[in-house]
Design a protein around this ligand. Structure first.
Ligand code: PGA
Length: 253
């Protein structure tokens, strides 16, 4: 049975290298709690070196985005080659906070291919902005998935993971996360869209993670939803104790 997946999206926190070092040290002390999970940490790029020093004992490195450009004269760009040289194994692609900055589904589908060619697994984020009683958000989700994964063949599709992150649930307090019944509906729907695109067998192999206000109080309920392989955690991943508790919810499911 494949291990549950837990991804920490540190965004642009902690605010200093010293704090980042202290957080990764605390996390590595808890390494025994993470041994039955596939853990990924996505720190700000400037902390890659420090984090990569402590990470091998319990987790793998991830990036919060990936560049569309390969090595060349591109000022300000961190290429997939550079990420790879630090040991980056997974890239969060198409996070809603990047889509908000203007990233298009076309760019996202290119980034997915770039990541796979670079030997980095893409974790593709999707999620509706609002949820309505008529279920119109499902149409939005279908379109976003189809556009973000357009042009991918089955072979590429089999290498990706999907993070379902309803935008309205991100960065809120724990009680504003999705409820398990609604998450269950969304997972069934996402699987159906993936099966329509790539066939049932490939779709079944694509891990689906949930992200959006995951915290200690809601992790167990959401982890128990059928079809959820793990979590993409923002705010709560910045506290080693909380992160450990969230990990427990996935291993005891
Ligand atoms: P949150 O962030 O856990 O703080 O809601 C999740 C994310 O943005 O990936």
């Amino acid at each position: 049975m494949a291990k549950p997946i837990l991804v920490a999206n540190w965004k642009n926190y902690p605010g200093s290298l010293a704090e980042a070092k202290s957080l990764i040290k605390q996390l590595s002390k808890d390494r025994a709690s993470y041994k039955n999970l596939a853990i990924f940490i996505a720190p700000p790029l400037t902390y890659l070196d420090t984090v990569s020093e402590y990470i091998p004992s319990f987790a793998r490195l991830a990036s919060q985005d990936i560049s569309l450009l390969d090595q060349g004269t591109h000022t300000g760009v961190v290429t997939p080659e550079i990420l790879k040289s630090f040991g980056t194994r997974l890239s969060i692609i198409g996070h809603s906070e990047r889509r908000e900055l203007g990233e298009t589904s076309e760019e996202i589908s290119k980034k997915i291919r770039i990541a796979i060619r670079s030997g980095i697994a893409p974790l593709v984020c999707i999620g509706e902005k609002t949820r309505d009683a008529d279920g119109e958000h499902f149409e939005f989700l279908r379109q976003q998935i189809e556009e973000s994964l357009s042009g991918l063949n089955k072979n590429f599709a089999s290498k990706l993971a999907v993070a379902y992150e309803p935008v309205w649930a991100i960065g809120s307090r724990a009680k504003e996360a999705i409820d398990p019944a609604d998450l269950s509906q969304s997972v069934i729907f996402i699987k159906k869209v993936l099966a329509d695109m790539f066939g049932r067998k490939t779709a079944e192999g694509i891990p689906i993670l949930y992200g959006g206000s995951i915290d200690v109080s809601n992790a167990t309920g959401l982890a128990s939803v059928t079809g959820i392989r793990g979590f993409l955690v923002g705010r709560a991943s910045l506290n080693a104790k909380t992160f450990k508790e969230i990990a427990k919810s996935l291993t005891s499911k």
